[in-house]
Each structure stands twice: as structure tokens, then as C-alpha cells.
Design a protein around this ligand. Structure first.
Ligand SMILES: Cc1cc2nc3c(=O)[nH]c(=O)nc-3n(C[C@H](O)[C@H](O)[C@H](O)COP(=O)(O)OP(=O)(O)OC[C@H]3O[C@@H](n4cnc5c(N)ncnc54)[C@H](O)[C@@H]3O)c2cc1C
Length: 135
């Protein structure tokens, strides 16, 4: 929602679910338009994104696009060790306790692989907690 403070904003649902009424009210207050159609294609000129084409034939000029890709674990090391994996709101995460230990004794995990919100501060904090627990 903060993106709307930078200029005209459209939320492209790409065929996804319409937000609930209270969320829609928040979008209305910030003049965020909702576009339910499926996205067909992105158009660029001179390596700059300029337009989004939607299924149904209409297009919209855009200056920038923010996307929310799903999180994936880059290797299966955790699975090989028998660590439990859980499905978070954005994808797979290794399940840990408050000390960052997995369900396998003495196997710890920290950072992006254990949480949905990817952030340096969280990752370093997780690492410190795991290191203290191991110590
Ligand atoms: C474009 C972008 C912008 C971002 N901007 C910000 C920002 O402004 N502020 C902020 O707080 N966060 C930002 N983040 C998120 C931040 O980068 C991560 O949250 C943080 O780097 C997570 O640290 P990590 O140690 O968990 O994982 P990583 O930094 O991803 O480190 C994991 C390391 O493990 C290595 N690795 C993976 N598999 C193996 C393997 N099998 N064997 C050996 N090594 C392996 C990888 O090569 C990598 O070096 C951004 C991320 C991206 C992609």
C-alpha cells in the first residue's frame, strides 16, 4: 500500500482472488486501482519496462512493477538431513524452534530459509541466536 505514495498505482490480480471488503476500502482510500485480468505480456523499450498487456485485449502503460515471487529452498540439504519443511505464506521454509534448531538435534538453520520475510536484520539475528544456542 505504501507504493501508492509514489504515484498512480494498480494492483494486478493476474486472475487471483479479489481482496476482502476491508482491504478494498484501504485501497480505495489510497486510490489504488484493481485490475483482475490475467497478465499476458510485458513490453519494454530500450530495456525499460513500459507496458503491461492483459488477456482480453487491453494494455496499461507502467513505469515500474513490483512482484511477489514464491520462496524456494536452493538445495535439498535440509531434506536430506531429515529436517521438517513447512509451507509459509510465500513458500517453503525450514521449521526451527526459538533457538533456530530444526527438528533434527544439533542441526540449526537461520536466515531466509526459515522465514517468509527476507531481510538482513532478521537473517543476522537468526544467525546470532543459532550460534548462541550451539555455544
Ligand atoms: C535484490 C534484493 C534486494 C534486497 N534488499 C534488501 C534490503 O534492502 N534490505 C534487507 O534487509 N534485505 C534485503 N534483501 C534480502 C537479503 O538479501 C536477505 O534477507 C539476506 O541476504 C539473507 O541472508 P541469508 O544469509 O539468509 O541468505 P543469503 O544471503 O542468500 O546467503 C546464503 C548463501 O548460501 C550460499 N549457498 C546456497 N546453497 C549452497 C550450497 N548448497 N552450498 C554452499 N553454499 C550455498 C549462497 O550462495 C549464499 O551465499 C534483498 C534481497 C534481494 C535478492
Amino acid at each position: 500500500m505504501l507504493i501508492a505514495e509514489w504515484g498512480a498505482t494498480t494492483y494486478f490480480l493476474n486472475g487471483g482472488e479479489m481482496p476482502d471488503d476491508s482491504t478494498l476500502e484501504q485501497y480505495n482510500l489510497r486510490n489504488i486501482a484493481i485490475e483482475p485480468a490475467l497478465v499476458k505480456e510485458f513490453i519494454s523499450e530500450n530495456h525499460h519496462l513500459t507496458q503491461i498487456d492483459l488477456v482480453g485485449g487491453h494494455s496499461q502503460a507502467i513505469d515500474a512493477l513490483f512482484i511477489l515471487p514464491p520462496n524456494v529452498l536452493n538445495s535439498d540439504i535440509a531434506q536430506q538431513l531429515g529436517c521438517e519443511i513447512e509451507e509459509g505464506p510465500l513458500g517453503a521454509m525450514i521449521k526451527v524452534d526459538e533457538m533456530k534448531m530444526t527438528n533434527i538435534a544439533d542441526v540449526y538453520a537461520a536466515g531466509d530459509i526459515i522465514r517468509s520475510a527476507h531481510n538482513v536484520t532478521f537473517a543476522t539475528g537468526d544467525g546470532v541466536m543459532a550460534a548462541m544456542a550451539m555455544h
